[in-house]
Design a protein around this ligand. Sequence first.
Ligand SMILES: CCCCCCCC(=O)SCCNC(=O)CCNC(=O)[C@H](O)C(C)(C)COP(=O)(O)OP(=O)(O)OC[C@H]1O[C@@H](n2cnc3c(N)ncnc32)[C@H](O)[C@@H]1OP(=O)(O)O
Length: 191
Amino acid sequence: MPPGILRNSLSIGKVTLGFPARLLIRTKEGQRTVPSSKLDKGEPLTHTALHGCFGCGQHNRTGLRLRFYVDDTGQILSTVRLAGRFEGPPGHAHGGIVATLLDEAMSKTNRAQNIVAMTRHMEVDYLRPVPLRTTLQLTARHLSVEGRKHHCAAELRNAAGELLATGKALFIAIDPARFQASKPSMRAMKS
Ligand SMILES: CCCCCCCC(=O)SCCNC(=O)CCNC(=O)[C@H](O)C(C)(C)COP(=O)(O)OP(=O)(O)OC[C@H]1O[C@@H](n2cnc3c(N)ncnc32)[C@H](O)[C@@H]1OP(=O)(O)O
């Protein structure tokens, strides 16, 4: 059974996103409701093929190692604490890292539907500086699909729920087998 949430919500355009006050999570022992601060106790949305990904790859030691969860409405959720090495303005996150967070979350709205898609176009509104070394809440939702074109939106908030940044993006669905075949070999990448 899919996990579900109780939410505090705000909106981007027509879309309502919200980080839950409490979350119904899946665990090895079954389902239970926990405060959203315990999100990491649930089963994350995984895709083992991308373990080297800078955003979500759990094997990328210099990356963000984000873990994403999906609720019963298809909304993607994650919490993140950014380390000091991701600094841009003093004490705050670099804008490229903020864009990465939003991009990653939006890409998982496709992944949750078993769609493999790449970011073609993305826009970010940087509303407030994003603090380092504090818990942030990341949410994303799939908005619409038109052929291979998937439109998605994401929000980044502080722990108090204040909106720090929003993103919208166009993803294009690709054939993963063709993409894999076109990948340069590890030897070529090292040279
Ligand atoms: C393997 C999965 C990884 C998931 C990671 C997810 C997040 C990421 O960070 S991905 C990394 C960053 N992104 C990239 O590197 C992608 C680089 N770009 C590409 O490889 C290609 O442009 C790719 C695959 C996205 C699309 O190429 P291609 O298949 O040739 O698409 P193309 O035919 O040009 O466009 C598809 C459709 O989108 C439309 N389109 C393209 N750009 C736009 C735009 N900006 N606005 C509106 N429509 C657009 C086109 O008109 C076309 O429409 P239609 O199907 O109606 O004719």
